[in-house]
Ligand binder design. Structure first.
Ligand code: NI
Length: 254
């Protein structure tokens, strides 16, 4: 059994076959998934999906791409949505200096505000950090609420060690399997396995041997297989450990 801790099954790229994809995901052995909100609309559709499927949970949050237009009223809307019992995290939130679709000041403001919301609600949070490691570390240190996961981790071994010491989890997606993913595999080797989550970030980042195709949660097993190889564990053991890690992180009882 696998747990895909970060997926976007509400994405438009599933509009023609969503139900059959989700049924195939479950049949493939992925028996837990968290569908991730990235703006108010996808936060709402994540909650709707979680109501429709027992094995799907939801997170709610506003991605840095949309920080430019965020308002305090949106924080209230997220708070209201999070009252649903299947909402298990705030996210994805963070900083994206690669695309920089929103100004850095507003990205930082709403990242901080949403970590504070997670703390108020006693929920973990999911960090998107792209080419913004320094400012991301500065903000999480200044808030001091460390119940978070760095999704699709792209930082250094040193930063991962610091994060693990602070209490964070590190999550790996398709790039762990890519031919140019050597640095990511070094991080995976260095992080204790009990602090690692696996994810697809579908429909993006399809792992090898499916790179470039539409991704879906059933492909989390390829990330698990690569992690097993790196850690010298069996695939069964790797699946079991990362499944338990996900349940512990999100506070899911089954
Ligand atoms: Ni994502």
């Amino acid at each position: 059994m696998f747990f895909d801790t970060h997926t976007h099954l509400d994405d438009d790229r599933f509009c023609d076959d969503r139900d059959s994809v989700i049924e195939a995901v479950y049949a493939s052995g992925v028996t837990l998934a968290v569908n991730i909100g990235a703006d108010l609309e996808s936060s709402l559709s994540s909650v709707e999906l979680s109501k429709q499927y027992d094995f799907i949970y939801a997170s709610v949050g506003v991605h840095p791409h949309d920080a430019e237009d965020m308002q305090e009223a949106d924080v209230e809307a997220l708070r209201t949505l999070s009252a649903n019992p299947k909402v298990v995290a705030i996210g994805e939130i963070g900083l994206d200096y690669h695309y920089e679709n929103s100004s850095r000041d507003l990205q930082k403001k709403w990242f901080r505000r949403q970590i504070e919301l997670a703390r108020e609600l006693d929920l973990p949070f999911i960090v998107h950090d792209r080419d913004a490691h320094g400012d991301t570390m500065e903000i999480i240190k200044s808030v001091g609420y460390n119940r978070g996961v760095f999704h699709c981790y792209s930082g250094s071994v040193e930063m991962a060690k610091e994060l693990v010491n602070m209490g964070f989890y590190i999550s790996f997606a398709g790039p762990l399997t890519f031919s140019n993913g050597k640095k990511t595999r070094e991080v995976a080797l260095s992080v204790p396995v009990e602090r690692i989550l696996i994810e697809t970030d579908s429909p993006y980042l399809s792992p090898e041997p499916h790179r470039g195709q539409r991704n879906d949660s059933s492909k989390v097993r390829f990330v698990g297989e690569k992690l097993a190889e790196i850690k010298g564990l069996s695939i069964e053991e790797t699946a079991r450990i990362t499944y338990e890690n996900g349940k512990n992180f999100f506070g899911i009882q089954e």
